[in-house]
Design a protein around this ligand. Structure first.
Ligand code: 3EB
Length: 354
C-alpha cells in the first residue's frame, strides 16, 4: 500500500483543545453558528465559493454556481468533542479525534490538452484512495462513512472512455487492493463534476463500521452491469453510523434511476419526483435498520446538484413539494450520467434509543 505521506510530526501535534463534551460525539453546524469559540471542535466540512474566510480545518470548497435563494455564505462543519489531532501533506489534509476522522485530498490533473488524461485520472483516483486508506489505517479509523467525490469534466470522453468511468476504474483499483470492495464496506457517497478544479475527495471515517443501506427500487451501484463502465461505482445507497448518543443517516447522491436505468430523460420535474421517491424509499429502508425511534422525512437536510442553472427554480419547486422545503441547498454541477439532470444527497441524525 502506498504511503499516506504523513510525517510523525504532523500526527503528534495535539493541536486543538477539547470541546464542550456535552453533546457527545459528532454534530454538524452550519455557517452562522461557527465562531471562534467552536472552531476548535471542527473536524472538517464544506463551503460554497462565497463563504467568508479560510478556516484551519479541511474544507471542501464547492467550486460551483449557487442558486439565488440558497444562502451563498453557506458552510457546514462536522464537529466533535476533541481533543483533535491534525496533519497535512501533499494535497491531503485531515483532522481527527478518538473516534472520527475528516479528510480532504485534492490532486491536480494534467492540462486539458495533455495526452492520456483518462489514464491519469484513473491513476490519480487510485493514488488518492490508497492514501486515504493508508491514513485511515494509521489513525485506527478503518471505516469509511461518507465520501464526496468531485472532478472536472466528469462527462467528457478521454481516450475513448468517459472520465467518470476512468474515475470508477481508479476507485475500484484502490478498493480491491486494500480489500474494501465488498458490499458490507460500502460508504455513502456522491460523485459530481465541476467545470474546472482538481480531483477533490472529502471523507468522513470512524472507528466503528457504518451499516450500509440499499434501495429495493434500484440495482445496487456496485452491481451495475458493464453498460455503465468497465468497473462499477462503489458506494451504498445510504449509511447509518453511530456516534455518542446519536445515529447519523447519510443518504448518497440519489437520482432518477430505476433498476439501473435513467428514467425521465429530458424532463427535470419528473426526474425530481423520481429522485424524491428514491430518497424516501432509502429513508424507509434505513428506518428498518435504525436504532432511533425513526428518521422523519422533514428532518432530512438536502444538498441538490442541478445540471442546468436554468432549472434551479423548477427543481426547488418540485423538491419542496416532494421532500419538504427545509434545508435545500442548490448548486450547479454535472451529474455522473449525461442524461441525469438532478441529484440529491441528504443527511439526518437522531437519538439512539436507550
Ligand atoms: C447513481 O445512482 C447516480 O460514483 O460515488 C450517486 C452517488 C452516483 C454516488 C459515486 C454516483 C456515486 O448511480 C450517481
Amino acid at each position: 500500500m502506498q504511503e499516506a505521506g504523513i510525517t510523525q510530526r504532523d500526527c503528534d501535534v495535539p493541536v486543538i483543545g477539547g470541546g464542550r463534551g456535552l453533546q457527545g460525539g459528532l454534530h454538524c453546524l452550519t455557517q452562522r453558528v461557527i465562531e471562534t469559540s467552536t472552531a476548535h471542535t471542527v473536524l472538517g466540512g464544506a463551503a460554497l465559493p462565497d463563504a467568508p474566510g479560510t478556516p484551519g480545518w479541511p474544507e471542501q470548497r464547492l467550486r460551483m454556481a449557487v442558486e439565488g435563494s440558497t444562502d451563498a455564505s453557506w458552510r457546514e462543519a462536522w464537529c466533535t468533542d476533541g481533543p483533535l489531532q491534525q496533519g497535512h501533506a501533499d494535497g491531503l489534509q485531515w483532522r481527527c479525534d478518538r473516534d472520527l476522522l475528516y479528510g480532504l485530498i485534492e490532486l491536480d490533473e494534467p492540462a486539458p490538452d495533455a495526452p492520456e488524461r483518462g489514464k491519469h485520472l484513473r491513476e490519480r483516483t487510485r493514488e488518492a484512495y490508497l492514501r486515504l486508506f493508508a491514513l485511515l489505517g494509521e489513525r485506527g479509523m478503518p471505516h469509511l462513512w461518507r465520501v464526496w467525490n468531485f472532478m472536472a469534466g466528469i462527462n467528457l470522453d478521454e481516450d475513448g472512455l468517459e472520465r467518470y468511468r476512468w474515475f470508477n476504474l481508479g476507485r475500484h483499483d484502490a478498493c480491491s487492493a486494500v480489500g474494501a470492495a465488498s458490499a458490507a464496506q460500502m460508504p455513502a457517497a456522491s460523485a459530481l463534476g465541476w467545470a474546472r478544479g482538481p480531483l477533490s475527495i472529502a471523507f468522513l471515517a470512524g472507528r466503528t463500521p457504518p451499516r450500509p443501506i440499499e434501495n429495493p427500487r434500484q440495482v445496487s451501484a456496485f452491481h451495475y452491469p458493464g453498460d455503465y463502465g468497465p468497473r462499477p461505482p462503489l458506494f451504498a445507497r445510504a449509511a447509518l453510523a453511530e456516534s455518542g448518543r446519536d445515529e447519523w443517516l447519510f443518504v448518497s447522491g440519489t437520482a432518477s434511476i430505476v433498476g439501473h436505468q435513467t428514467v425521465h430523460t429530458g424532463d427535470v420535474v419528473a426526474q425530481c419526483e423520481e429522485t424524491a421517491r428514491n430518497v424516501l424509499t432509502v429513508l424507509d429502508q434505513a428506518n428498518r435498520a435504525t436504532r432511533t425511534a425513526g428518521h422523519r422525512p422533514e428532518a432530512l437536510r438536502h444538498r441538490v446538484y442541478v445540471r442546468h442553472a436554468a432549472d434551479f427554480s423548477a427543481v426547488r419547486r418540485a423538491l419542496e413539494r416532494c421532500l419538504g422545503g427545509a434545508g435545500l441547498t442548490l448548486v450547479q454541477a454535472d451529474i455522473c450520467r449525461h442524461d441525469l439532470l438532478v441529484e440529491v444527497e441528504s443527511v439526518a441524525h437522531g437519538s439512539l434509543l436507550a
